[in-house]
Design a binder for this molecule. Structure first.
Ligand SMILES: CC(C)(COP(=O)(O)OP(=O)(O)OC[C@H]1O[C@@H](n2cnc3c(N)ncnc32)[C@H](O)[C@@H]1OP(=O)(O)O)[C@@H](O)C(=O)NCCC(=O)NCCS
Length: 162
């Protein structure tokens, strides 16, 4: 378990590829391939933030693409045994802080309408629904489009992260 005071986010890079793949399989059932993760972790227009457990294992990540002034959030995941401890919110705040520092004015993402945990999580983090794509996912579920504005250069709720 990670105490709240010990939740520190860091920018992930290619050295974190095996840990990202492992956590992706554990928490997201394998969202991306190794090649896709390599691109996420090396491309300058993409940002991936992570949180390590006290023993060193990666227990959370949040990733996004920076497209002009919009931070397009692509994934947030927390190791199931560490969920509901505030870690997801902290790593997402760290990602938003990075995006804002690099000029993002808003953040957006898509979430499956049936993913109640993620919907509750993103609402908690200040996102609101701006649209819906019917039948977007392979299982027929709709995608909800969520968005929030960012404070320029600095997200005031991130004071204790990083
Ligand atoms: C969604 C996810 C990232 C949340 O991470 P987390 O560390 O458990 O979330 P936090 O502890 O920071 O939760 C912050 C707030 O979000 C909301 N929330 C989190 N999990 C929730 C759930 N299962 N149901 C409803 N609300 C939830 C709550 O308001 C919570 O505050 P509270 O615990 O004080 O009530 C995590 O559940 C996860 O990895 N899920 C699997 C992957 C996934 O679906 N990712 C999102 C799509 S890419």
């Amino acid at each position: 378990m990670v105490g709240e005071a010990a939740i520190t986010s860091r920018k992930l890079g290619v050295d974190d590829l095996p840990a990202c793949l492992q956590l992706d399989r554990l928490a997201l059932k394998g969202l991306w391939t190794r090649e896709q993760w390599e691109r996420e972790l090396s491309d300058e227009s993409r940002v991936v933030m992570g949180v390590d457990a006290e023993g060193g294992a990666l227990i959370a990540f949040a990733s996004a693409w920076l497209v002009v002034d919009e931070l397009q959030i692509t994934a947030v995941a927390v190791d199931p045994i560490h969920q509901r401890c505030g870690i997801g919110a902290r790593v997402l705040q760290a990602l938003i802080k990075q995006g804002a520092a690099r000029g993002a004015l808003s953040a957006s993402l898509e979430v499956a309408s049936m993913n109640a945990a993620a919907r509750g999580f993103y609402a908690h983090c200040g996102f609101f629904t701006t649209g819906r794509r019917a039948g977007y996912y392979a299982n027929g579920d709709d995608a909800l489009l969520l968005s929030r504005t960012l404070e320029t250069g600095r997200d005031t709720r991130t004071d204790q992260t990083e």
